[in-house]
Design a binder for this molecule. Sequence first.
Ligand SMILES: [Zn+2]
Length: 174
Amino acid sequence: MSKLDAYRTLMLDSGCRPMCAIPWTRGLVLDLSDRVDVMEYYDQVVRTAHDEWPLPAVIRVRQYLRMRNRTVALTRRNLILRDSGTCQYCGGCPSGRELTMDHVIPRSKGGPTTWENVVLACGPCNRRKGARLPAQARMPLTTQPRKPTFLATSHRALVVTVPPEEWHPYLKVA
Ligand SMILES: [Zn+2]
């Protein structure tokens, strides 16, 4: 493992919105293939026998890339990403194993297991709410649960990976 392995390239769509982080090797291949514009380079080069190339830090695809209409699976991990690891009732950030999936409309009242009806809740809030609606329990939600898009979840994922300084100007997009 060389220390170069730690470098990743932030990929922006043609509208400069962050799409994903890719290994710098893929970033460099895209750079050399002339399909992207490089917005920032790292202060770091990779040398071969005859050449040296700077590592791309941020690249922007030239053309609109058709994002496959990916649906985001309702999994515990994705729910934690969507709700930023916070209880949607008290706003607390308990440790991973104290986070539970709460049905806003309880299952016993016919509430479905869908993105719009599940939120992250800490154990105490989940127990306190029980089989009641938020209004009945006087426990308003901090945010209305929505179905996340692929971009939203990958953007969140970028944020939790501690982005390098070169990415900062490009991550301000909501
Ligand atoms: Zn809570």
